[in-house]
Design a protein around this ligand. Structure first.
Ligand code: ADP
Ligand code: MG
Length: 341
């Protein structure tokens, strides 16, 4: 991470003691995660119902404002892969008494990345990986329909539903939610047309999952979210990506380029269904203004499931039980992950 983003990180994180109160209503239970811009807490309201609160030090350009926009639009349009937004506000608080902005939303269960790390060899069974893939594509399609691209698609930003203590709500363990809209960018302009690409665009996202366009500082578009998804999909299908030990933007970009051909392709896709190669080729054929064919990608994933007879949605965390097996194992993203300089 660059020194600039480290500086942003230090400046914007708002720290609360457990048990402290925000806006006379929300009690901080504990920290759930920290990211590049803010801290997420598990909070309880006055009826002891649990929620997630994302906080950020107030600045004229808060990334939380984009989150509020996206979550509000998703709620209005009853999108199925978005957590419900309950409240937004500003107040003074935190251990340093800063002025802050907060949002309160539905509590999610584990991220898919946290669930993957609990698995043998850090990968899901193939049918489960395909099940996640179909849901992930559905979530990305919904976000694009709202007119936004995510720009930080990865399994750490995709979560299953939260199962309240003492309940056995299987349905929530089979629900998937896209989170973290801090890096979202509108893809349409005020007249409803696709925005034209900028001549150059700064690197945004996470080096490991960033699309090739991002590595060469070219404007990204909807298909680039899908390229990031495909890298995540390969990672939870086979357990790792070949460039997992590299961090440098240029080195990782060159590696991704090499994995399009011959030996590199085998290195990337070894252990994955051949349909993943078709998806890669399809995504690489798309251009800036093209609308991706989400159904085509889902059909290829379902097709890959036919080696077991028929594609059948499968959930490893339900079928086999995992440590923290109710799917509420909250594992924070590794701090080395996001590169938001
Ligand atoms: N609604 C939520 N419910 C439960 N945990 C959450 C929720 N939102 C975020 N988290 C946790 O906090 C972490 C950081 O939040 P995220 O929205 O990804 O922000 P960022 O990465 O921009 O800081 C997530 O990886 C997740 O572990
Ligand atoms: Mg995140």
């Amino acid at each position: 991470m660059s020194s600039k983003s480290l500086e942003i990180r230090a400046r914007n994180l708002v720290k609360f003691e457990n048990g402290s109160k925000i806006a006379n209503k929300w009690t901080i239970m504990r920290m759930l995660g920290t990211g590049a811009f803010g801290v997420v807490y598990k909070v309880a309201d006055t009826s002891y119902d649990l929620f997630a609160m994302k906080t950020e030090k107030y600045t004229p350009r808060n990334v939380l404002k984009v989150e509020v926009k996206v979550l509000s639009m998703a709620k209005k349009r009853k999108m199925s892969h978005f957590l419900k937004l309950f409240e937004t506000g500003t107040c003074k608080g935190g251990v340093r008494g800063e002025y802050l902005i907060y949002i309160v939303m539905e509590l999610a269960g584990s991220s898919l990345d946290a669930l993957r790390r609990l698995r043998p060899n850090r990968r899901f069974t193939l049918l489960c990986a395909l099940t996640i893939g179909v849901q992930f594509i559905g979530a990305i399609e919904e976000l694009h329909e709202l007119g936004y691209q995510h720009r930080d698609i990865k399994a750490a930003n995709f979560a299953i539903g939260h199962v309240p203590e003492g309940t056995e709500d299987q349905h929530r363990r089979k629900s998937f939610y896209i989170i973290d809209f801090g890096l979202c960018r509108a893809v349409i302009d005020s007249s409803g047309n696709l925005r034209h690409p900028r001549k150059a665009a700064p690197f945004r996202g996470t080096v490991r999952y960033a699309p090739l366009n991002c590595h060469i500082l070219r404007e990204t578009c909807r298909k680039d979210d899908l390229e990031s998804w495909l890298y995540s999909q390969i990672e939870y299908t086979r357990g790792s990506l070949p460039w997992r030990d590299l961090n440098n933007i240029v080195d990782v970009g060159l590696y991704k380029e090499r994995c399009r051909h011959d030996i590199g392709l085998g290195e990337l896709m070894g252990g994955c269904p051949r349909q993943y190669i078709k998806i890669l080729r399809y995504l690489d054929s798309l251009r800036y203004y093209d609308k991706p064919d989400y159904k085509h990608i889902c059909d290829l994933l379902k097709d890959a499931g036919k080696i077991f007879g028929q594609f059948k949605p499968t959930y490893d965390w339900i079928d086999e039980g995992l440590r923290g097996g109710n799917g509420n194992a909250e594992i924070t993203e590794r701090s080395s992950n996001p590169s938001r300089s």
